[in-house]
Design a protein around this ligand. Structure first.
Ligand code: ATP
Length: 306
């Protein structure tokens, strides 16, 4: 019996690992392909994630040796602050988030959280401290309850419902035929982009992470959903250390600091108002988006298209 049990047990373990990895990283990180080389050091410590301050110090990085992607990237997110990163498609914004998760090791420089180099801490403690609301949430073929509770599997039903209410998805769920037991995902009920993102927000609220990463949706949501989601994101980001990867300037105007990236370099940084006054790249992007909005208010103007 043991001979039968062990392989089955192992398969169950692998299945859970795959499920967990996909949900944690969503579309942005494909763990099975990308995480093979990253190992914990034998003496790796637990990350101290209380009031985390994040610092990238002269980070140089390429996915492979013949193409450098980030050049000398230095910035700090003080504990509880929200830093937004903007820039053209391919400029390296999502790469910053992947590196913060330590999906890859950098070639030179350091990434520290509360002074601890992320290469010196366990990956488990690093990822436990982080929550991501990705562009495009991948749902499991499982109940919507499972999909939310996944953020913290030991959560009580009341906590799951409360997270769903905060993410403005509870009322919608109650209209579904099987309510929280409705199967969603590829083979279940298909949810819209906005509904999926709200599931991701509920999951993140439940996880209650110290560090938040928002990867703003590039796919258009209707502007009403978009506004509600933005308001909700703002609420959960309060007093948390937050990195927002933005495609629309209008959603980052109130960030504590905005980093403008171009070809893997930070070319400008400051608050919205300072960047407008500087009248450089950010100001040009802002003017262009304003013009596009004026011409066609329903057209979703994104940096990647400018
Ligand atoms: P977008 O706004 O389109 O999401 P981005 O600014 O987030 O773009 P990144 O995803 O960080 O851009 O990509 C930066 C560069 O790194 C791009 O040129 C991209 O082709 C390259 N890149 C991204 N992921 C990989 C990978 N897994 N392997 C090799 N190159 C990659």
């Amino acid at each position: 019996l043991l001979q039968l049990y062990m392989p089955l047990h192992f398969l169950g373990f692998v299945y859970r690992e795959i499920k967990h990895s996909l949900a944690d990283m969503e579309r942005m990180f494909s763990l099975l392909d990308e995480n093979r080389e990253i190992q914990d050091k034998p003496d790796a410590l637990k990350l101290n994630a209380r009031n985390p301050a994040i610092r990238f110090d002269r980070v140089n990085f390429g996915y492979d040796t013949n193409r450098q992607i980030l050049y000398d990237v230095t910035f700090e997110i003080p504990a509880g602050h929200n830093i937004a990163v903007v820039g053209q498609s391919g400029s390296g914004k999502s790469t910053l988030a992947r590196l913060l998760f330590r999906f890859y090791d950098i070639q030179t420089g350091s990434i520290r959280i509360n002074g601890q180099d992320i290469r010196d801490v366990t990956q488990q403690s690093l990822r436990a401290a982080m929550g991501i609301v990705p562009q495009d949430t991948v749902l499991f073929n499982d109940s919507i309850y499972y999909n939310i509770a996944y953020g913290r599997p030991d959560a009580t039903q009341e906590e799951v419902y409360s997270a769903a209410r905060s993410a403005h998805i509870h009322d919608f769920i109650m209209t579904l035929p099987e309510k929280y037991e409705t199967i969603v995902g590829e083979r279940g009920l298909k949810l819209s982009g906005g509904e999926k993102q709200r599931v991701a927000i509920a999951r993140t609220i439940l996880k209650n992470p110290a560090v938040l990463i928002f990867d703003e949706a590039t796919s258009a949501l209707d502007s009403d959903s978009e506004k509600k989601i933005q308001a909700e994101l703002k609420r959960i980001a309060q007093n948390r250390t937050t990195l927002t990867i933005a495609h629309r300037l209008s959603t980052v105007a109130d960030a504590d600091q905005i980093l403008v990236m171009e070809n893997g370099r930070i070319i400008e940084r400051g608050k919205h108002i300072q960047l407008l006054a500087a009248n450089q790249s950010y100001a040009r992007m802002w003017a262009l988006q304003q013009r596009q909005q004026a011409i066609s208010p329903d057209t979703d103007s994104r940096l990647s298209e400018t």
